[in-house]
Design a protein around this ligand. Structure first.
Ligand SMILES: Cc1cc2nc3c(=O)[nH]c(=O)nc-3n(C[C@H](O)[C@H](O)[C@H](O)COP(=O)(O)OP(=O)(O)OC[C@H]3O[C@@H](n4cnc5c(N)ncnc54)[C@H](O)[C@@H]3O)c2cc1C
Length: 294
């Protein structure tokens, strides 16, 4: 099975898609509808996030196993250090390998309950994602990704230390990073430049949210950790009372953002799908990133 990094070294720009684990049967049906609709568009890889609770974590393992065995997609499983001892982490990594998943996004995770609360490591666990990268690497031939933050991680003192810690994750063995949400192409490109200026040539991929509703805009603002750019607000706010017009303007905005990123040579656009496929399909089709047969 090809790895994420091998897929990213293919010809031309590609796209990838991220999902979260289903909570119940209805959720599962929604997730699989989206997966089956995106599969023919040949994303470079697909990933499933890793939650804080046991049932959500089981959902990640079950779903990624099904992707590995029942689809043509290249699967990547997220994994966090939250509430896990090192031996539990070894077990999860072993389960991933057993079901054929060789790509892992290694994350520290947020403190459960209050994402801005103090991080308390498990007494027999890990403190930083860098250590999880090392652990995954030590256990087999995995391709490893990590997270990156265009405006700096909320807990980083400044962009300099944030970049230093990101580069440490690459030096520990990460093959690539996926960026948290951002508003302007330049915000992402500055992150990429900081990594390059630190002497590191690892791939950093932009994370893209299709802005289809006011809610997705607010989620983007919350997750990015930065205020929305005035240019974006000027484009979308006039339509806040008209969902159809808002969606059209949001898809236009995201398509233009992706065009700028492709022009700057990004090898992959990573879409946060929220387990729906329509908006992502629209954007990647407009960008010409789908195979002719699809
Ligand atoms: C693409 C993407 C996918 C994600 N998927 C998930 C998911 O599936 N599940 C989930 O729960 N969360 C997920 N997250 C959120 C992520 O877990 C949180 O943002 C978390 O707070 C940070 O995780 P990290 O891996 O970046 O941590 P780290 O890289 O460990 O960084 C955490 C903080 O510690 C600092 N730091 C890092 N190393 C050191 C060091 N050696 N010494 C001192 N300080 C250091 C960093 O600068 C940063 O401020 C995702 C985020 C992104 C961008």
């Amino acid at each position: 099975m090809t790895s994420v990094i091998e897929r990213l070294r293919g010809d031309g720009p590609a796209f990838s898609v991220e999902f979260f684990p289903p909570r119940d049967e209805a959720d599962e049906a929604v997730l699989w509808k989206a997966i089956r609709e995106l599969e023919p568009l040949d994303p470079a890889y697909m990933s499933i996030t890793y939650g804080a609770g046991g049932s959500s974590r089981d959902g990640t393992i079950r779903s990624i196993a099904r992707v590995a065995t029942e689809t043509t997609l290249c699967p990547m499983a997220h994994l966090t250090a939250v509430d896990h001892s090192v031996s539990e982490l070894r077990n999860v990594i072993g389960w991933y390998a057993a079901v054929g998943v060789r790509n892992i996004l290694a994350l520290r995770g947020d403190p459960p309950g209050d994402v801005y609360g103090d991080w308390v490591p498990h007494p027999e666990g890990l403190t930083y994602a860098e250590e999880l990268v090392e652990l995954v690497r030590s256990l087999g031939d995995f391709c490893v990704g990590v997270s990156a933050f265009p405006y700096g991680h909320p807990r980083s003192a400044d962009l300099e230390s944030d970049t230093k810690h990101l580069v440490r994750k690459f030096r520990a063995g990460a093959d690539f990073a996926i960026a948290q949400l951002f508003f302007e192409a330049e915000d992402f490109l500055r992150l990429r430049d900081r990594v390059a200026a630190a002497g590191c040539d690892a791939l950093v991929l932009p994370g893209i949210m299709p802005l289809t509703t006011l809610r997705t805009l607010h989620t983007t603002i919350k997750l990015s950790g930065a205020p929305a750019s005035q240019r974006l607000l000027d484009r979308l706010e006039p339509f806040s009372g008209d969902p159809r017009a808002f969606r059209a303007a949001g898809i236009d905005w995201v398509t233009e953002l992706c065009e700028k990123l492709i022009a700057e040579g990004v090898p992959d656009l990573h879409f946060y799908t929220f387990n729906r496929s329509k908006a992502t399909r629209e954007v990647v089709t407009r960008l010409g990133l789908v195979p002719a047969r699809a």
